[in-house]
Design a protein around this ligand. Structure first.
Ligand code: PLP
Length: 401
């Protein structure tokens, strides 16, 4: 059976060019970058070159790039590395658990935390961030693109607010990297986390922009790697893979690949929304406060090109994920499994969806290698699966308690 992978926001496969770039660093150039002999120096130069690539990507100095194990570590480092008891931390209720769980932990250690809720569209209103500020606010952390809805947050405006308030600003850009033009100076952030495996690089490696002078305390101590900001023998092959994937991602933004992905996503979305009892999560909601219908029409919510999140009334999202899997299509539900119970997505709930609709939502996230044929196939199998599930659904029959 053919398989169509539409779960790129969970992870992406390595591109052949990335594997080719990494291969020598597991085998003939296996040296430890801290060793002074030739083998070590080969590894060191590979890391130096990768750092230049990442600095170009972030638009920062080489010394402002810290390699790490990925998005979770970057997010944790920003929060644990900057906040102390008595500080105030502003973040949002739609962040990834790498931020939310770290926020919960510092909250238990004497840091005051404010979680700003999104508008029903999934957008964070920068004015809400401003309103949450206090004199003790030390850090603001807001994601660039939401992993479930793809909604792009107004980070530049939030960066200006952080600067006016004299607070540090961290961006979890794991889902934005490679999907939107990137520039940490324009974003106005002090810290920015990205992860290789979301952009066709290897898992377990990432990078963080740390603006010069940001007093970040290292999460992992030991050797003097990464200018003492992250100890541990460097994952040379991983770092090389991250850099190669990043180069390819920058190219894809310029050569029209992401525009092509956006068109495919739009066709998929229109096809799915043509089904009765469906709707888009991450859109302006008519009647939402401050939005007349004209503004609503002319003001679509900015979203990452590859993501759409749709609710399907009268069915369980989990059942639809399984039905589509059996047809060869990989997608994700907007829900997470905690101790065996399916919890509705915290993102969709924060946007104001009720539990039933949040549980009945699916995320389709396209790879940049997606094709028209993939969309055709998905548009063929989803209506069948939805029709079948609705016919047998206790939700549709109103028999679920
Ligand atoms: N932040 C966001 C928005 C994510 O989507 C993810 C992964 O799903 C992470 C952080 C965690 O990144 P990693 O898997 O590299 O630890």
């Amino acid at each position: 059976m053919r398989r169509i992978y539409m779960d790129a926001n969970a992870t992406t496969p390595l591109l052949p060019e990335v594997i080719e770039a990494m291969r020598p660093y597991w085998m003939e150039h296996f040296g430890n970058a801290s060793s002074i002999h030739l083998d070590g120096q080969r590894a060191r130069s590979a890391i130096d070159r990768a750092r230049e690539t990442m600095a170009e990507f972030f638009n920062c100095h080489d010394a402002e790039v810290v390699f790490n194990s990925g998005g979770t570590e970057g997010d944790n480092t920003a929060i644990f590395g900057l906040l102390h008891p008595g500080d105030h931390f502003v973040t949002t209720s739609i962040e990834h658990s790498a931020v939310l769980q770290a926020a919960q932990r510092v909250a238990g250690r004497g840091v005051e935390v404010t979680f700003v809720d999104p508008l029903p569209s999934g957008l964070i209103d920068p004015e809400e961030i401003r309103r949450a500020l206090r004199p003790e606010t030390r850090l603001i952390s807001v994601m660039l693109a939401n992993n479930e809805t793809g909604v792009l947050q107004p980070v530049e405006e939030i960066g200006k607010i952080a600067a006016e308030a004299g607070a540090y600003f961290h961006i979890d850009a794991v889902q934005g990297a490679g999907k939107v033009p990137f520039d940490v100076r324009r974003f106005g952030c002090h810290l920015c986390s990205i992860s290789a495996h979301k952009m066709h690089g290897p898992k377990g490696v990432g990078a963080m922009f740390v603006r010069r002078g940001t007093p970040i305390e290292s999460l992992i101590v030991g050797g003097s790697h990464e200018r003492r900001r992250r100890a541990g023998t460097e994952n040379v092959a991983g770092i090389v893979g991250l850099a190669r994937a990043t180069e390819l991602a920058m190219h894809s933004l310029e050569d029209g690949t992401m525009d092509r992905v956006a068109k495919l996503r739009d066709r998929l979305e229109a096809g799915l929304l043509a089904l009765p009892g469906t709707g888009l999560n991450g859109a302006q909601i008519p009647g939402a406060p401050g939005l007349d219908s004209e503004t609503w029409e002319s003001n679509p919510v900015p979203r990452a090109a590859n993501t759409t999140n749709i609710w399907f009334d009268s069915l369980e999202g989990e059942a639809l994920v399984i039905a589509l899997d059996l047809k060869g299509v990989s997608v994700s539900g907007g829900s997470a499994c905690h101790s065996g119970a399916t919890e509705p997505s915290h993102v969709l709930m924060a946007m104001g969806l009720d539990k039933t609709r949040a549980r009945a939502s699916l995320r389709f996230s396209l790879l940049k290698t997606a094709t028209e044929a993939d969309i055709d196939y998905v548009l063929q199998v989803v209506p069948q699966a939805v029709g079948h599930l609705r016919a047998i659904s206790p939700v549709a029959a109103g028999t679920l308690g």
